[in-house]
Structures are given as C-alpha cells and as structure tokens.
Design a protein around this ligand. Structure first.
Ligand code: HEM
Length: 459
C-alpha cells in the first residue's frame, strides 16, 4: 500500500539443540560457525539460546556480514551502538581508556590523543622500530643455521619493546623491563576473563586474584612513577608519553588527569603490540606457503634498499611489501570479529535489530567471502594494488575496524610491519619445520596454536 512503510522483518534464526540453541554451536567453534552459516543468509542472522531469556544484558545475538550493514553499524549509525559485553573485563586494567570508554567521554579522549598518532609524528618512531628489528636479526644470526625459533614469541617481544620505547623513549629502562614482564601476564588474565564470564570477580581476594591484581597495579604504578619523574624535571621528551601529558583539548584547554593517562598508556601497551606481532607471525606463515610472493618481496627490498636499513622515505618504494601485509591481514585478521550492542531499536535495510541486541561482525568471514574476493583462499597480494583496490567496499576489507572507532594505531602498525619485513627477508628465509602443525585459534586476537615455530635459514 503506498504511503505505509513495510514492517521490519525479523532476521532468520540458526536453530540448534534444545535448550542451549545455536549458541552451543557458535561457542564450540565460532570460526567454523561463521564459515558454515554466513553464506546461507543475506547478510544478517540470529543465534539463539534459552540463556538469552534469563540473562538481563543479553537479549539477542545477531551476526552481520553484509558490508553495507557493517557500515551502518560502525559508521552511519554508530551512536546507536556501544562495545559489546566482552569489553567489560578489560576495564580492570584499562579503566576508561580509548578501547573501553564510550560516548562523549570517548569522543573527548579520541580528539585529545589522535594528534599523537598522526603520520608525521609517527616518523619519529621509525628508528626505534628498525633498531629493535636489527637486534632481533642479530640474535638470530648468533644461532646456528636451521635453528628453530618461536616466531610468535620473538615477534611479540620485539613489538612490545617497540611500543615501550615509543611510549617512554630511553630514560626508563627499568620501566620497560617491568612492562615487558607484566603485560603478557595481564593479557592472559584478561583473555581468560573475557572467555569465561563466570570468573571470580577481582575484588574477591583468592590467591590467583591477588596475583592478578598485583600485575595490573604494577603496570599502572610504573606509569605513575614516570609521570612523577617527568613532572619533577624540566627535561624535554619526544615520545608518546610526552604527547599524552601535553595534550590539550582544543576548545577547553583541558588536559588529562594522571588516572586517565594511566588508562591510556595501559590501553596502548595492550592494543599496540600483540596485534602487530601476530600479524607479522601470520605474514611469515603466508610467505612460507607462497614462495613466489617471497621472491618478489625480496626483489623489491633489494632494489629499494640494497641491504641498507630502511628509513621512512623508503616506504613509498616498498609497495609490494605493503600489499603483502594487507593480503596477510585479509586472510588472517588478528582482530577476527568485532562486537557491538545496540542502545535502541534499529532497522537495517528492512531488518529489525531490537534494543540491547549483541552483534558480531566476523571480519574473518567477510575477508574470505567469495562475493567480494575471487579465489578467496589464495594469497594474492596484487589484490591490493591501487587499480584493484579502487572500487572495493570500505567494509569488505577492514582489519583495523572502521568508522569513528577505527584503530588509532593503524599507521603505526603499518609502518612497523613495512619497515621490518624487508629487513628480515634480506637476511633470512623462514620455513615451518616439516611436522609442525597448528590450528587457528580465535581468542581476543586470532593466533596460531601452538605458537608458530620456524626454521631460520641465513641468506
Ligand atoms: C596489525 C595491528 C593492529 C590491528 C589488526 C588492530 C586492530 C584494531 C581494531 C579492529 C580496532 C577496532 C576495534 C573495534 O572497533 O571494536 C582497534 C582499535 C584500537 N587500536 Fe588497534 N590494531 C592494531 C595495532 C594497533 C597499535 C599499534 C596501536 C597503538 C599503538 C593500537 C591501538 C588501538 C586503540 C587505542 C584502539 C581503540 C580506538 C578507539 O576506540 O578509539 N592498535 N585496533
């Protein structure tokens, strides 16, 4: 009937065994679930369970796979969506940092911090990145040829040292060492809480909780001591910490409180190293599987650098490297899924999304969906040359998320990977040991399990 809008449709439901419903299938293996059910529906479907009827904060759960719908949630109507329930445990360490905060508070913080991550300011960190990579290369050269290294571990250690140095530069070696020691424990504890909503609350003083709290306190205290030290001295610093301490709101002139600085530093430590380390780990796995891509990469590195350490001006001549990084993050997006919860009822392209619906956006599936990616399982870096990228939907490829909550460290991470890869591959060929098998494990980040082992061959 003209003039009367059609009532919103209810998204189709994936049924599952009674009483736990399709949530059981999802929880058992979320990646397999996405890959099996997403192609059967038109960009939106629902997972059900009897639990949702009794839970107060979790009325409904939907999966969104159409890039237009993703754009609606992350960008066009982003104010109707907050981060999902799985973010809550992170607040134990991150307080109201950028990842965990919402609304006007988040907007104010993002405005304050954004300038610290502008491309021009990041250039100052290039040398930290190449120095740390050179240190890793030196360590590997000291090993025998064909030694097996734990690549996951080595990449994680390297990216953590980089983010620590970018944060504190050189004046606080003991701070860097402490963060190095504690942040991985913090990461593990937080992942455990995200995966198990029934964890004992931190305020209950069980021995395990006391240890866990000690880890969070240690990280926050180290930041306090750096703040104190800097406030007492007149020395100039040119690092992320200085940028956070000096940031002023353009309109009000307001600066961050010490508590807020602690939240943001902890957030950047946590968000800024594991994601990059895991992406680099996947990249060397992809090169091991695709020798022709490795050969092209090496050729480009030789032409652009001829054995010299790259500097920021070289990045424009390392285009194939960029494409290899992007193709790796397509097949292996470390942040494999985004979670949101609707504040109010919404309608997306005629589909009804009620208030308090939990939404999963499976980046992993969308990045491998045949509709947007011909031969999706093949590693083809050329997909990311300028010509082939021209007409791509912005939300068919989004390893760094999108909309206003786009990863603030995307340029930092890209620069880090683009500088490091040519340094490593000019010195070593990496190959998985013959019998090494792993599974793709979707925790907060999507990692290989067990950790990636590689034999290293000097070139
Ligand atoms: C390959 C490396 C990285 C990947 C794949 C990645 C991915 C992401 C994604 C997908 C989001 C959005 C999450 C959401 O919308 O729910 C995000 C947010 C964020 N990332 Fe990254 N990230 C990486 C590196 C970094 C680095 C190096 C830093 C800092 C130095 C960083 C800091 C942050 C912060 C602070 C946020 C929250 C931003 C906000 O909500 O305003 N990330 N990241």
């Amino acid at each position: 009937m003209p003039g009367i809008a059609a009532a919103p449709k209810t998204p189709p439901i994936v049924k599952g065994p009674w009483p736990t419903g399709s949530l059981t299938l999802f929880a058992k293996d979320p990646i397999e679930f996405f890959m099996k059910y997403s192609p059967q529906y038109e960009g939106i479907y629902e997972v059900t369970s009897i639990f949702f009827r009794v839970a107060t904060d979790f009325k409904q759960m939907m999966i969104i796979t159409d890039p237009d719908y993703v754009k609606h949630i992350l960008q066009d109507n982003n104010r109707n969506y907050r981060k999902s329930f799985s973010n809550e445990p992170l607040k134990l360490l991150l307080g109201k940092g950028l990842i965990t905060s919402e609304g006007d508070f988040w907007r104010k913080q993002r405005r304050l911090i954004q300038p610290a991550f502008h491309r021009e300011r990041l250039a100052a960190f290039a040398q930290i990145m190449t120095d740390e990579c050179a240190a890793l290369i030196k360590k590997w050269h000291a090993l025998n040829d064909k030694s097996v290294v734990n690549l996951s571990h080595d990449m994680s250690e390297m990216t953590l040292r980089i983010i620590c140095k970018a944060m504190f530069t050189a004046d606080v070696d003991d701070a860097i060492e402490l963060v190095n020691r504690e942040i991985n424990t913090a990461n593990e504890k937080l992942v455990a809480r995200v995966l198990n909503p029934m964890s004992i609350p931190l305020w209950v003083p069980t021995p395990a909780n006391v240890r866990e709290k000690h880890t969070y306190d240690a990280i926050r205290n180290v930041v306090s001591s750096v703040i104190d030290k800097r406030r007492k001295s007149n020395a100039r610093h040119d690092d992320l910490m200085a940028m956070l301490m000096e940031a002023r709101d353009e309109d009000t002139g307001e600066m961050m409180s010490d508590e807020q600085i602690k939240d943001e530093v902890a957030t950047i430590f946590l968000a800024g190293h594991e994601t990059t380390a895991v992406s680099l780990t996947w990249l060397f796995h992809c090169l091991d599987e695709n020798p022709e891509a490795e050969a092209k990469l090496l050729q480009e590195a030789k032409t652009a650098l001829n054995g010299r350490t790259p500097v920021i001006e070289d990045l424009k001549n390392l285009e194939y490297t960029r494409m290899v990084v992007e193709e790796t993050m397509r097949l292996y997006p470390t942040v494999w899924s985004l979670g949101r919860q609707s504040y109010q009822d919404d309608v997306i392209d005629g589909w009804s999304v009620p208030e308090a619906t939990n939404i999963f956006i499976p980046i992993y599936y969308i990045h491998r969906c045949e509709k947007y990616w011909p031969e999706p399982l093949k590693f083809i870096p050329e997909r990311f040359n300028n010509e082939n990228s021209k007409n791509r939907h912005k939300f068919a490829y989004f390893p760094f998320g999108g909309g206003p909550r786009l990863c603030i460290g995307n340029n930092f991470a890209m620069m880090e990977m683009q500088l490091m890869v040519p340094m490593i591959i000019q010195q070593f060929h990496l190959q998985k040991p013959e019998n090494f098998k792993f599974k793709i494990t979707p925790l907060i980040t999507m990692r290989p399990d067990p950790e990636m082992q590689m034999e290293i061959f000097e070139i």
